[in-house]
Design a protein around this ligand. Structure first.
Ligand code: ZN
Ligand code: ZN
Length: 176
C-alpha cells in the first residue's frame, strides 16, 4: 500500500490516487492534511524544507505503508538549491512532491489545470521511483529523467523505461 499524505495541497487528490493506483498496481490510502506544515517553514527563505518533511514522515507514518508520498502546494527547498519539485529517500520509504513550481501561475502564465495534473503525476511517480532505488535515467522518455525546468517535465514520459522497470521490478512487485 502507498500512503498519500496531503499537506496544504490544492490539487485533485482523487486524480492522483486513481492514476498512481493504476500505474503502481497497488492500493493507495489517503491521509488528508496529515501533517502540519508550520514546523517545516524557513522564514529566511519563505519556503518549506523538503528534507524535514521527509524526516517527519519517516517517524510518524504507519509502518504498514510500503511507501509514503506527501503532496503539497507549498514551495519546497533544500539548502543548496533555489527550489525543488520534490525530494525522496533513495531506496527509502518516504518522498514529497510540490505542485507550487509545477503551476503555470508560478511563471506568470495562464493556469492549465490538466497540464498541472500531468506534471504532478510525473513528479510523484519520479519521486516514488527514487524510493524504489532508481537513480536518474538518461532516456528522454523515462519518467526518471531529471528535470531542472518545468518544461523538461512536459517532454518526458509518464512511466519508467524498460531498463528502469527491470531494475526496480522486485521492489515494484513488493508494493502489491
Ligand atoms: Zn530525481
Ligand atoms: Zn529509465
Amino acid at each position: 500500500m502507498i500512503l498519500l499524505v496531503t499537506i496544504d495541497f490544492p490539487g485533485d487528490v482523487d486524480y492522483l490516487r486513481r492514476s498512481l493506483r493504476k500505474g503502481f498496481d497497488t492500493e493507495i490510502d489517503v491521509s488528508l492534511n496529515g501533517l502540519d506544515p508550520k514546523p517545516f517553514f524557513n522564514p529566511d527563505r519563505g519556503q518549506y524544507s523538503s528534507t524535514s518533511i521527509i524526516e517527519r514522515l519517516e517517524q510518524e507514518t504507519p509502518a504498514k505503508a510500503s511507501k509514503v508520498l506527501a503532496v503539497t502546494g507549498l514551495d519546497l527547498y533544500i539548502p543548496i538549491l533555489t527550489f525543488v519539485f520534490g525530494e525522496a529517500r533513495l531506496n527509502g520509504r518516504c518522498a514529497v512532491v510540490s505542485s507550487y513550481r509545477l503551476d503555470n501561475r508560478s511563471y506568470g502564465l495562464r493556469p492549465n489545470p490538466s497540464l498541472l495534473q500531468k506534471r504532478m503525476l510525473k513528479e510523484s511517480t519520479h519521486e516514488l521511483g527514487h524510493t524504489l532505488g532508481l537513480i536518474h535515467c538518461q532516456d528522454q522518455e523515462c519518467v526518471m529523467k531529471s528535470s531542472t525546468y518545468v518544461e523538461e517535465i512536459d517532454f518526458k514520459g509518464s512511466w519508467f523505461c524498460r531498463r528502469c522497470r527491470d531494475f526496480c521490478g522486485t521492489a515494484l512487485s513488493r508494493l502489491k
